[in-house]
Ligand binder design. Structure first.
Ligand SMILES: O=C(O)CCC(=O)C(=O)O
Ligand SMILES: [Fe+2]
Length: 313
């Protein structure tokens, strides 16, 4: 019999925000352990109303069910376009015959962008992303403390007040609508932490000890993943989490995904406060906007941006 897989860590957000000093200390320790050991966790008691999330799922479904012509207005161009609607893994659809999904990617912070249809979508999305941003910023404070810094250190160093936040909505059509493979190739995300909420149709998997493990077992929870810049800033202590999506369920899968990064102008490298003779820098510093461009180019070539910035020492 193969040994049983240990469960994905669960972090209780309510302890991070409203608890005694001891509870906070414990949850910060748990958060650090989850980021170091797993690189991901499920976030429960996040305080974002289920009704708001359901409304977002319904509005997203409505968006993707508009006609092709209606969606054409929001078609993707460059990586920094504020509104990008496309299909497949790459903006240019190179992999569309490998794995299928449609997606809408919106820059929602520091400025908010959203399609003007369907009606009400933009207002709803603006409320939703404010709530997820608050949660993400609290988590970053916890991560900062777990690395031995003050809660506000990462916020200050990385200019998170004007941080770059995206809302990516992924739509994997039902088996009735689409007959091929639905999913997303293995990848890591840019930014510090990605928050992901799914509509009850499973599919997200993370690589753990060489095996793909499902992230869909905890109801009403966000999946939270370490992203590339938490790995860079922590000098490799909190590794960016490799993940993929495989949709086997017949139903339509919709996910609301928020990558949360530093401001576009921030040059981000390993925190100087973590470096010493025993811990030399493992990554080259790079401006966040340049990293985004580089990552897009390298993905097309089947490579990872770390191939260019990781130092062999
Ligand atoms: O939709 C999913 O299951 C995963 C989405 C994802 O990894 C992404 O948008 O970066
Ligand atoms: Fe991702």
């Amino acid at each position: 019999m193969s040994p049983k897989q240990d469960p994905v860590p669960i972090i209780d957000y309510s302890l991070l925000t409203s608890s005694t000093v001891d509870d906070r200390l414990k949850v910060v320790q748990d958060l650090g352990k989850a980021c170091e050991d797993w690189g991901c966790f499920m976030l429960v008691n996040h305080g974002i109303p289920e009704t708001l999330i359901e409304e977002m799922m319904d509005a997203s479904n409505e968006f993707f069910n508009m006609t092709k012509d209606e969606k054409l207005e929001f078609e993707a161009h460059g990586v920094l376009d504020p509104i990008r609607c496309s299909t497949g893994f790459n903006p240019d659809n190179k992999n569309k015959d490998l794995l299928w999904r449609e997606y809408l990617r919106l820059i929602v912070h520091p400025d908010f962008h959203c399609p003007h249809k369907p009606s009400g979508f933009s207002d709803l999305a603006s409320v939703y992303v404010k709530r997820t941003r608050t949660v993400a910023m609290e988590l970053v404070k916890g991560v900062s403390e777990s690395l031995g810094f003050e809660a506000s250190y990462m916020n200050q160093e990385l200019n998170l007040d004007s941080g770059f936040q995206l809302l990516a909505i992924n739509y994997y059509p039902s088996r009735m609508e689409f007959d091929g493979s639905r999913g997303l190739m293995p990848h890591t995300d840019h930014g510090l932490l990605t928050l992901l909420y799914e509509n009850g149709v499973p599919g997200l998997e993370v690589l753990r000890d060489g095996k793909w493990v499902g992230m869909s077992d905890v109801p009403n929870a966000f999946a939270v993943l370490n992203s590339d810049h938490v790995e860079i800033f922590s000098n490799g202590k909190y590794k960016s989490k490799l993940h993929r999506t495989v949709v086997k369920d017949e139903r339509t899968r919709i996910t609301l995904v928020n990558p949360n990064g530093p401001s576009l102008n921030t040059i981000i490298g390993p925190s100087p406060r973590l470096l010493n003779d025993e811990n030399p820098p493992h990554y080259l510093p790079m401006k966040y906007s340049e990293y985004l461009e580089l990552q897009t180019k390298l993905i097309m070539a089947g490579k990872h941006a770390f191939d260019k910035i990781q130092l062999q020492n």
